[in-house]
Design a binder for this molecule. Sequence first.
Ligand SMILES: NC(=O)C1=CN([C@@H]2O[C@H](COP(=O)(O)OP(=O)(O)OC[C@H]3O[C@@H](n4cnc5c(N)ncnc54)[C@H](OP(=O)(O)O)[C@@H]3O)[C@@H](O)[C@H]2O)C=CC1
Ligand SMILES: O=C(O)C1=N[C@H](C(=O)O)C[C@H](O)C1
Length: 255
Amino acid sequence: MTVRVGVTGATGRMGREVIAATADHADCEVVFAVTREPEGETVDDVDIEPADDFDALVVEHEPAVVIDFTGPDSAVDYAEACADAGVAFVTGTTGFDDGQREALESASEEVAVLHAPNFARGVQALLNAVGEAVRNLPGYDVELVETHHNAKRDAPSGTANRLLSEIEANGDFNGRTHGREGEDPREEGEIGVHALRAGNVTGEHEIVLAGNHEEVRLTHRAEDRGVFAAGAVDAAVWIAGQKAGDYDFADVISE
Ligand SMILES: NC(=O)C1=CN([C@@H]2O[C@H](COP(=O)(O)OP(=O)(O)OC[C@H]3O[C@@H](n4cnc5c(N)ncnc54)[C@H](OP(=O)(O)O)[C@@H]3O)[C@@H](O)[C@H]2O)C=CC1
Ligand SMILES: O=C(O)C1=N[C@H](C(=O)O)C[C@H](O)C1
């Protein structure tokens, strides 16, 4: 059965990729796509409509799922609208604060909600590998470096935060140090976190584990945003059949 998909942030970097990825997927179709100021634009032959009409478009087109790559405030608004309308919600948006995360969780009491800070399958493998490396190398210094394009708003990236949680869950650490300046020697057990913003880098995450006169580096490098979009569309097709709840991209790729 074809899964009917609504797309938010449709003229953004990721929104455009999602529309393209949906066209490449045999099992879904875009039934509407919105952005704040559409100005009569189309993306891959899909008409882009005003975000102010979101609620009416949901009623008119009856999507099974909405895919969102926007900003934290708007993602929460769209999640709440989907919860009211009984529509599943997949978001790759990052930069949520605690209150916004709670709002997504509340929406997941009504409908299926999947939030993933990174829809690349390789990042799921990296999460597993990092946990194992940290468990196997107790006492090693751990530093994380992420690099993104110069228009990214949030730092550290959502993926970096997820990796940091995984690192902390698997070892004995004393907190995170974001960058260093001046007289600031490394303290035992701290995790150094460094966010680089330059040019049009799609997204890189590297974890350095060093100690015992040796060094391990685990790196993921996204070469194209289509990787994220394809994962998000796979998640949308998967979530269309799920009951209300809070889901992760790991649930999608474990099947
Ligand atoms: N999970 C993953 O795999 C990935 C996640 N991301 C995340 O996705 C998000 C979007 O990234 P990207 O596409 O690069 O960003 P862009 O800035 O290119 O696009 C964001 C889009 O969201 C819309 N938008 C922003 N704020 C609002 C708002 N308040 N209300 C309604 N619409 C809004 C914008 O609409 P308008 O054009 O109308 O201003 C724009 O079209 C970021 O949080 C990023 O970190 C990015 C890549 C992969
Ligand atoms: O903003 C981006 O571009 C990206 N954001 C995500 C994040 O914050 O982790 C994922 C990816 O690295 C690209």
